[in-house]
Design a protein around this ligand. Structure first.
Ligand code: NAD
Length: 332
C-alpha cells in the first residue's frame, strides 16, 4: 500500500512487521556479515519505514532502525567508547532529491555553501587514535557510541601508518575496505575449501576486520581511505578539503577523486561520471557523499540522533545485472 494513502490504523498495523523485518536484515548484515537481501531492497524498505514515521511520528517504535546506528558490539572484543559518536548518513536516490536537500540546507544559512564531494567507499568505518604520532588504537563503529577494539588487526593493514610524519595526538576516521581483487581471491580460495563465500566486498571487509586472530586479518589484504579529522580546530583547519590534504600529509591514504564545488550542476556531472566509471575502480563504491565543506558550518548544522545534517549519501541505483534479473517476466 502507498504510504500517502495509509490511515493511522493501517500504519499502526504495518509498522511493527516492517521494523522486525529491517532489524532481522540489519543483524544479518552488521552482526553476521551475511546479508540475505541486496542493499537496494533494504534501502527501499527503510525509506518506506521513514515515510510512515514522517506521516505518523507517534508510531515511531523504540526498536525502530531510524533510532539506532549500525549493529551491536561483539562481546568477544574489548569495548571502545566513542565520545564523538560515529554516525550513519542520510540517503537520497536521485539528483532531484540531492538538489532538494542542498536547497533546503542553503535556505537555512546565510553564507555561500561549498561542498566536498567524495566517493562513498563500500566498506566499514574505522577510527584510528594516535598518541605522539604512534598508532595506539583502532576501533569499529559498533552501535555508534561504543565500538570494538580491533587494534591488533588494524596493525596488520599495510596502508595504515604506525607512525605519523608529525608526533601528534590525533583521531582520524575512514573506511576500511577489501579491494575487488583481494575479494575475488578470497572467495575463490573459500570455494575451493568448501567454505561459505562472502556476499560482497563490504561484508568480506567487515568479517575480516572483526577477527580474533590478527593473522587472518593480515591475510585478507584490507586497505583504507581516511576522510574524517576529529577536532580539526586544534590544527586551524576550516574545511573538509584541507582536512583531507592535512591527513594525507601525515601519511594516511586519502581518496584522490573528491572535488570541492558550490555549483550543483558541476556536482551532478561529477556524479554522472563517477557512476559511469565505477566498475573500473579497484574497490567498490555504493554512492557519492556530499559534505558541507566548511567545518564550522558543519558544527553549526549539527546532527540528528542518527545522521549529520551537513552530509548526505547519493546512492547508486542497483547494478544493471540485478535490475535485468528482476525485470524478467518468467511467465513468457
Ligand atoms: P551508510 O553505509 O549508508 O552510510 C554511512 C557510512 O558511509 C559511514 O559510516 C562510512 O562508513 C561510510 N562512508 C563511505 N565513504 C565515506 C566518505 N567518503 N565519507 C563519509 N562516510 C563514508 O550507512 P549505514 O548506517 O552504515 O548503513 C546503512 C546501509 O547499509 C544501508 O543503506 C544499506 O545499503 C546497507 N545495509 C544493508 C542491509 C542488507 O541486508 N543488505 C542491512 C543493513 C544495512
Amino acid at each position: 500500500q502507498d504510504v500517502s494513502a495509509m490511515t493511522h490504523s493501517d500504519a499502526a498495523t504495518a509498522i511493527q512487521p516492517l521494523v522486525d523485518q529491517l532489524n532481522q536484515w540489519r543483524r544479518e548484515y552488521y552482526d553476521q556479515d551475511a546479508p540475505t537481501v541486496d542493499d537496494h531492497e533494504y534501502d527501499m524498505a527503510y525509506q518506506r519505514l521513514l515515510a510512515i514515521e514522517a506521516k505518523y511520528p507517534d508510531l515511531v517504535l523504540p526498536d525502530s532502525p531510524s533510532q539506532a546506528v549500525g549493529g551491536s558490539v561483539d562481546t568477544d572484543f574489548v569495548k571502545v567508547p566513542h565520545p564523538i559518536p560515529m554516525l550513519s548518513m542520510g540517503d537520497v536516490f536521485s539528483l532531484e532529491e540531492l538538489e532538494e536537500w542542498a536547497e533546503r540546507l542553503e535556505g537555512g544559512v546565510e553564507e555561500q555553501v561549498d561542498y566536498n564531494v567524495e566517493l562513498k567507499i563500500d566498506g566499514l568505518s574505522l577510527s584510528l587514535v594516535y598518541e605522539n604520532g604512534k598508532l595506539v588504537q583502532g576501533s569499529t563503529r559498533g552501535d555508534g557510541n561504543v565500538g570494538e577494539d580491533v587494534t591488533a588487526n588494524v596493525m596488520t593493514i599495510k596502508d595504515i601508518p604506525h607512525e605519523l610524519k608529525q608526533p601528534l595526538n590525533i583521531e582520524v576516521r575512514g573506511e576500511c575496505y577489501m579491494p575487488k581483487k583481494a575479494f575475488a581471491k578470497l572467495n575463490a580460495a573459500r570455494e575451493a575449501q568448501g567454505l561459505a563465500t562472502f556476499a560482497n566486498p563490504r561484508n568480506a571487509a567487515a568479517g575480516s576486520l572483526r577477527q580474533l586472530d590478527p593473522k587472518v586479518t593480515k591475510a585478507r589484504e584490507l586497505a583504507t581511505f581516511i576522510y574524517t579529522l576529529i577536532d580539526p580546530e586544534r590544527f586551524n583547519i576550516e574545511t573538509q578539503h584541507d582536512a583531507i590534504a592535512f591527513m594525507q600529509d601525515l601519511g594516511f591514504v586519502t581518496n584522490p577523486s573528491s572535488i570541492t564545488t558550490g555549483d550543483l550542476k558541476q556536482m551532478d556531472s561529477y556524479i554522472a561520471t563517477q557512476t559511469a566509471d565505477r566498475d573500473a575502480l579497484a574497490y567498490g563504491i555504493d554512492g557519492i557523499v556530499v559534505k558541507v565543506n566548511s567545518l564550522p558550518l558543519q558544527q553549526e548544522l549539527g546532527n540528528t540522533v542518527k545522521v549529520p545534517r551537513w552530509e548526505i549519501a547519493y546512492k547508486f541505483p542497483p547494478e544493471q545485472a540485478e535490475t535485468v534479473v528482476r525485470d524478467i517476466d518468467w511467465t513468457i
